[in-house]
Design a protein around this ligand. Structure first.
Ligand SMILES: [Fe+2]
Length: 170
């Protein structure tokens, strides 16, 4: 469901002022921005994976509910400021159903904790990179300070396993 990547970033002194570009979209607690000068941070091996979107992503919430991501299958998150958050991935109990607070706006992608079992957790350190299967149910909690700042490479059409294979980690 996730893999810590053994990649070397080109630099670690990444500031919002230097790298956050134009605002793209905000959905609730998560805001997406263009990223400036990504080549100054990300190694070539990540561009070779042909990410379908690269954003500077900021997350304002102290916690979110267990969910599957909308529209995106796979992310590589480079945690510029992980805000000490804990990411938890879950497996789903037999027969559990997803829910949504507003069926007219969103298809069901949320889950109740009672329907879940913890599969695995991680706490990223600054500038660590993780490959995430966001089609699996996950949540973020325990955030200290706001917002979390993430350089995010995303794929809507490629699975976690395809990216993992491309990274030659298997
Ligand atoms: Fe998510």
């Amino acid at each position: 469901m996730f893999t810590k990547l053994d990649i070397k970033l080109k630099r670690h002194n990444v500031t919002t002022e230097e790298f956050r570009g134009d605002h793209l979209a905000t959905y609730g607690y998560i805001s997406y921005y263009k990223i400036k000068k990504a080549y100054m941070i990300l190694p070539f091996e990540l561009f070779r994976l042909m990410p379908e979107r690269v954003t500077w992503t900021e997350v304002d919430a102290k916690a979110n509910l267990p969910h599957r991501d909308y529209g995106i299958k796979t992310n590589i998150n480079v945690y510029v400021d992980p805000a000490d958050a804990l990411t938890t991935f879950f497996s789903i109990k037999e027969g559990a159903e997803a829910w949504t607070p507003d069926p007219t706006q969103f298809y069901p992608n949320l889950y109740h904790h009672k329907d879940l079992e913890v599969y695995d957790t991680f706490k990223a350190q600054p500038y660590e990179a993780f490959l995430l299967d966001v089609t699996q149910v996950h949540e973020v909690s325990g955030i200290v300070g706001d917002p979390r700042k993430i350089i995010q490479l995303s794929w809507a059409t490629k699975s976690y396993q395809e990216i993992l294979d491309a990274l030659n980690l298997t």
